[in-house]
Design a protein around this ligand. Structure first.
Ligand SMILES: *Cc1c(COP(=O)(O)O)cnc(C)c1O
Length: 365
């Protein structure tokens, strides 16, 4: 039997290991020069030099970003329900209310008219997710935010290097979070990077990250310990030198799948969008569970369902959305399957994925 083709595969090489060893040998492990260098290099690489602040996870990045922008009790922040729970969780953790809007069925990202319908006098901000690596409609959302005097934030956890009409994600929002979790397009082990539109927001992020201190023991505000370590930053710095080639490979893999897959509804890229294919997500309108099982058991092809339960139906978040109906979110949650698209796929793996999908979808699984 052929080996299983995994749905995701973090790539850690000798140079990442050497970088960690270099930091370990230095004896300086906590946040220090590696983190500072990583912040600078990340900013130059992805967000046209916007100020960035490294933290210990993407979730911390969202939480601190919201706090740095003044979000708190009594406020509402409009978010998608079709995302990882960290998006809504981070809003709830500030004491504000996550308000869930529906998605566009083509791009799986926030639908501007659904967001507009969710605006109330308490709404302070909109936080779209660039889901699967496809940029949300930042042009439409920006216009809407301007009209209603709302802030705009970005959850770019899955979208390092994505862009819309040539403008990179991470440069639209008052703040933007990029996750560096192992399965994301690049990793630092665990970690997050937050970009800030102003130096005031950047300073607040740095204070919140480190017990409210800019100068040692002169705590200005109440803050967290959400620091990234130099060990993690050293890994991230090496990954930063490789991520463009990996993204290119993801895009080539996606183009191959687009051209060869039959029997499933393949992803569509919006006009002007630069998709970085964190996931390659198809729709299986009938018997998705059977499709996933047959891919794995009969063809040794792994896949993933992101996300099977809409956030507004999760036990943790449902109380923020009593009686809410989001039809496009529901149908996406029922139908989506992400096929392997990661950069370590060989040509043979891609051909196997295509043959497996054709066999299973053709059999009417
Ligand atoms: C991964 C992810 C997060 C959280 O990032 P962590 O680094 O795992 O804390 C938030 N939002 C989305 C959409 C994600 O995919």
């Amino acid at each position: 039997m052929p080996d299983l083709i995994p749905a995701a595969k973090p790539l850690i090489g000798d140079d990442e290991r050497a970088a960690v060893d270099r930091v370990l040998r230095s004896g300086m492990i906590a946040q220090g020069p590696e983190v500072a260098a990583f912040e600078r290099e990340f900013a130059e690489h992805f967000v046209e030099g916007r100020e960035t602040v490294a933290v210990n996870s993407g979730t911390s990045g969202l939480h601190l970003g919201l706090l740095a922008c003044g979000i708190g009790p009594g406020d509402e922040v409009i978010v998608p329900s079709f995302t990882f729970a960290a998006t809504g969780n981070s809003v709830a953790l500030t004491g504000a209310t996550p308000v869930f809007a529906d998605i566009d069925p083509i791009t799986f990202t926030l639908d501007v008219s659904s967001v507009e319908a969710a605006i109330t006098p308490r709404t302070r901000a909109i936080m779209p997710v660039h889901l699967y690596g496809h940029p949300a409609d930042m042009v439409g959302l920006h216009a809407l935010a301007e009209r209603h005097d709302l802030m705009l934030f970005e959850d770019a956890a899955q979208a390092h290097g994505a862009a819309l009409h040539g403008r990179p994600v991470g440069t639209f929002g008052s703040f933007t979070m990029f996750s560096l979790y192992p399965t994301k397009n690049m990793t630092s082990g665990e970690g997050g990077m937050v970009t800030a539109a102003t130096s005031e927001i950047a300073r607040s992020l740095r204070l919140l990250r480190n017990q409210g201190m800019e100068r040692q023991y002169e705590n200005e505000i109440v803050g967290f310990n959400a620091r990234m370590t130099d060990l993690h930053a050293a890994i991230g710095r090496v990954q930063l030198t490789k991520v463009d080639a990996w993204t290119q490979k993801r895009r080539e893999n996606a183009a191959y799948l687009d051209a060869h897959l039959v029997g499933v509804i393949t992803p569509i890229v919006a006009e002007g969008a630069h998709h970085v294919y964190h996931q390659y997500t198809v729709r299986i309108p009938e018997d998705r569970a059977g499709f996933v099982k047959a891919l794995r058991e009969e063809h040794q092809v792994g896949s993933g369902v992101y996300y099977p339960i809409p956030n507004h139906r999760l036990p943790s978040l449902a109380r923020y959305a009593p009686g809410l109906d989001l039809p496009e979110t529901e149908s996406a949650a029922r139908e989506v399957v992400s096929l392997p698209v990661h950069p370590s796929l060989s040509h043979d793996d891609l051909a196997r994925i295509v043959a497996a999908v054709e066999a299973v979808a053709g059999a009417g699984a």
